[in-house]
Design a protein around this ligand. Structure first.
Ligand SMILES: Cc1cc2nc3c(=O)[nH]c(=O)nc-3n(C[C@H](O)[C@H](O)[C@H](O)COP(=O)(O)OP(=O)(O)OC[C@H]3O[C@@H](n4cnc5c(N)ncnc54)[C@H](O)[C@@H]3O)c2cc1C
Length: 358
């Protein structure tokens, strides 16, 4: 019998498994053939400290040092440029405050992004406190930590049924049965389905689809030092990625858990919002994809034991913040299970606890 059995091989499951491997024996089960196939393979890979609910921001802040330093660090500078037009004045003003941005001149903004259309763009805000995350490296670092402590990773291993036993849980998969004292539910969009399988009341998680198009570098320019650009009210964003530009409509379409793909119309609408503020038209898409951002009913993460059965542990509702929050969220999970106070304050721990839905 293992001490901890983790369901889900995205960033939530892998980071939790790494932290728990210091407390006991761990096995992680992932349905797909590799780690990070679903939401964790489709993100925009940003660390933006001011993004999310207050408890998410607390996790971002508590994760920053780990991101910067652990295993040599996974962050590289990017910066964030808020791009406002006549129509977005009110949302621009709100984002400037919420994201702690400084107003910069249109000339300065054009120095950063030469394709900005200053006939249409009337105001711009900037802050440098936003970084690219090397998401593959982060997942691999946590997986290496898990394996170094004797933890097991089983991919191609879909959990099919779960039974409560006297000392814990029996989990059945195509690869046979396994038992564990504690079950950690880190199944992303499928967390409520896993809870139902285990006879635990679902908490009402909702997956939302978000799409991304990768387009050639506008004007053939070198984008490497461009900041991420952002439409006020999160209506679109664009971010350099290995010599290309990722453009997202920032869509949030409710959907069932599934292997997500983008819809042409949604991509076209998002690209039009981006094109409206630049001088270079989009002539071609190199590729596109979509992923599911899964939120709890109050849009904050859910980390810790279920109030009705403490051997069933949630690591869920990572929404649009699963990478940036992973170091502190996984540390919180391990601290709660080890009975340690940890570094997060009491109010933040309460805002993240499953108890709030009891
Ligand atoms: C377009 C987009 C942009 C984003 N941008 C950012 C960003 O800039 N910064 C950021 O921090 N976050 C971002 N996110 C959010 C981030 O990607 C997610 O929060 C994070 O990946 C969620 O991780 P997860 O491990 O919870 O889910 P997932 O990565 O989906 O992992 C869950 C895993 O559970 C497995 N599973 C489910 N059921 C079973 C079963 N029965 N048996 C075995 N395994 C099972 C699935 O196969 C899956 O691999 C973005 C997301 C999207 C879609």
């Amino acid at each position: 019998m293992f001490d901890f059995l983790i369901i889900g091989g995205g960033i939530a499951g892998v980071s939790a498994a790494a932290r728990l491997s210091h407390l006991g024996t761990v096995v992680l089960l992932e349905a797909e053939d590799g780690l990070g196939y679903h939401a964790s393979g489709r993100s925009a890979a940003m660390f933006e400290e001011t993004y999310g609910s207050p408890s998410t921001i607390a996790l971002n802040k508590a994760s920053k040092r780990y991101h910067q330093t652990a295993n040599g660090g996974v962050l590289s500078p990017r910066g964030l440029l808020l791009v406002g037009t006549e129509e977005t004045r009110a949302a621009f003003a709100r984002d400037m405050v919420a994201m702690a941005m400084e107003e910069i001149s249109l000339d300065d903004a054009r120095q950063m992004v030469p394709v900005l259309n200053t006939d249409v763009v009337i105001e711009t805000g900037y802050h440098g406190e936003a970084w690219d995350v090397d998401t593959d490296l982060l997942i691999q670092n946590f997986a290496r930590e898990l394996r170094a402590n004797g933890g097991k990773v089983l991919t191609g291993c879909q959990v099919q049924s779960i039974e409560r036993t006297g000392p814990g849980w029996m989990v059945n998969s195509a690869n046979g049965a396994m038992s564990a004292r504690i079950l950690v539910n880190a199944a992303g969009a499928w967390v409520d389905a896993i809870a139902e399988m285990a006879g635990i009341a679902p908490l009402g998680f909702q997956p939302f689809r978000r799409s991304v198009a990768r387009i050639p570098a506008p004007g053939g320019l070198d984008l490497s030092n461009w900041p991420m650009m952002f439409g006020p009210g999160e209506t679109w964003y664009a971010k350099p990625d290995a010599g290309k530009l990722l453009v997202s409509p920032a869509d949030e379409t409710p959907t069932e858990p599934h292997d997500a793909w983008p819809e042409d119309l949604t991509l076209a609408e998002g690209l039009a919002r981006y094109e409206a503020v630049v001088t270079e038209p989009v002539t071609r898409l190199d590729s596109s994809w979509a992923g599911l951002r899964t939120f709890s009913p109050d849009r904050s993460l859910v980390i810790g034991p279920d109030p009705h059965d403490p051997t069933f542990v949630w690591s869920a509702g990572q929404g649009g913040y699963g990478f940036q929050t992973a170091p502190a969220a996984s540390q919180l999970l391990a601290d709660v299970l080890a009975g340690r106070p940890g570094e997060l304050d009491k109010a933040t721990r309460a805002a993240l606890s499953p108890e709030r839905f009891a």
